[in-house]
Design a protein around this ligand. Sequence first.
Ligand code: PLP
Ligand code: COI
Length: 354
Amino acid sequence: MQISFTKNPNPGKMPPEDKLGFGSVFSDHMFVMDYTDEKKWHNARIVPYGPIEINPAASVLHYANEVFEGMKAYRWADDSIHLFRPMENAKRINISAERIGLPEIPTDIFVEAVREVVKVDKDWVPHSEGTSLYIRPFLFSLDPELALHGIHEAKFMIILSPSASYFAEGIKPVKIMLETEDVRAVRGGTGYTKCGGNYAASNRAGDRAMAKGYSQVLWLDGVHRKYIEEVGAMNVMFKIDGKVVTPSLENGSILGGITRKSCLEVLRSWGVPAEERLLSVDELIGAAESGKLEEAFGTGTAAVISPIGELFYNNKKYTVNGFKIGPVAQRLYDELTGIQWGKKPDPFGWTECV
Ligand code: PLP
Ligand code: COI
């Protein structure tokens, strides 16, 4: 692919790395590529990071035709920069695009675009432990028409944000509230995709949880309001009576997380039993009450492995593992971050130097 390059004449400065939060500082450049039905994907370019012009009638602003990805670039001790399973993100953005009716992006072009923009802004990959360059590819429709119709014009962009942990708590346990009113996704809907609309539907419950001192909500399924699905920005895993259990993806209402998939592969390689199945809230709360809920944690690119120290459900608080990170979550965290930062062998071949 031909990618034109316009250098940023006013480069910014990385803030002190101990002040990095999540997703609020952006690097000097961004990747942009346009789509029309006639020209297909064209005009790939890396340009200075900055505002873009958009027609007020662009259909994304009215009908939320947008999908995105989340991935990271990691700086290793020898200063080389690595991606983690980028082809998985390339495949997933197309699964999301197909559901929303957005044009798909050839997977090799997606990965090349990520590599090239990260290479240009490699000085923005932070050095400190636990920090990385968060990569946000996103794709949206531009058709300037209010009638509901198919998408014929779109844009694909990648922006880069040097970031630390998603949760201010870092690897310390977070408090999560089970949501019993709103639902995030339904069977046949868009739950399995990474589309902006899913997050819009989640805002109200997330705000209510935060107002009560909880980091995010844990969703129940939209049909029975009975089965555990996932958290706002991560999948969930529980250790119940010696076994790791995570909700299965078959209903199509949960995002198939790349961290989730990687954790399952790692757990199975260790011989730790890991089940993907329906898990009802009654079973989960029953396990918490009987002392069989040994651990709870979230998995996600931004969240990495986030131990859950407290669950709130029907006005009751359930402390998990004495509000401490459990051994399985800690071991997974060490293994995954060890592979990502090149501190441990990568037997699965998951990391790729840019
Ligand atoms: N579930 C939701 C709703 C998410 O937003 C994320 C984050 O991307 C995940 C799960 C975890 O997915 P992944 O591990 O691919 O980052
Ligand atoms: C990610 O983990 O990459 C995400 O997209 C989470 C985001 C919703 C903050």
